[in-house]
Design a protein around this ligand. Sequence first.
Ligand SMILES: [Fe+2]
Length: 300
Amino acid sequence: MVWGDIRFTDPAQCDKSDPSVRQAIVQEFAGIDPPPDFAVLTGDVVYHGHSLQDWDVFEKQTKPLRDAKIKLFPVLGNHDVDGGAGRPDFFKHFSDLKSYAQLENEAWYSISYGNSVFLMLDSQNDYRVDSPQGTWLRNTLKGVPDDLDYLFIVLHHPVVTHASQEISRVAVCGGRKRVLVAPHGVEENEKKLKLILQDFSQSHPLARLLVFSGHNHNYERYEEERITYIVTGGGGATPYPVKREPTDAYHDSGPTYHYCKISFDDKGLVFDMFKLDAENGAWKQADTFRLPRLSASSDK
Ligand SMILES: [Fe+2]
């Protein structure tokens, strides 16, 4: 499972995050049978990283996930560190990260899963060749096996996005209020990251690359130079409009409260996006695609 931009906070702040949406998503996850092996969060888990009250809401409202024994692996969003909250504080809220000692000092890590690797990045930090994260990223990419099937990159800030950057007005709080929003473009840091990923993709023709990010509160999907870019920021935060480009594989207008599901069959990766109708609580499959393994061996 992958989802993000949830912004757990006081339910009264429904213009910042819709409490019924974020609860509906958690309940849906917790009820999936069999339960997912783990869930990945693309950041902005809470509205204010320094607020113990927000983390309290997170603890209470994610209890169904812990009860269902679903592991949680987050990346840092800008809201998770605002107000001066330290990165170690952020990761202490996730018991599944206890064995990652480096998270005492750093905010990036990796997860191995079958013949796949997830690189969990801190997009508040940079990827320059001489930076700590940049060095780690390049070394980690050099170290992955040539026959890796799937490389997942997870970070908060989008690498490809076409959210409408004009200020616009959107309905929140079940339609009772309207607020102004100003979605985000692609930052210089992520433009650099894109070049690193393109280099990796060219030198690893058997690996499929998927990049998951958030920050823009909607859903987008692009394919560029063999790399799949997905923006999944529909976990409850104030919805952002997206100007749908022809290159966006998703075309629906309006808010997209949703989560993503990744599974594997004998041919390889199966992706589904499930969208919540916030008015009636109904779920529907709103996007799907397959990425078969490229390696000769199909029995991994
Ligand atoms: Fe954000």
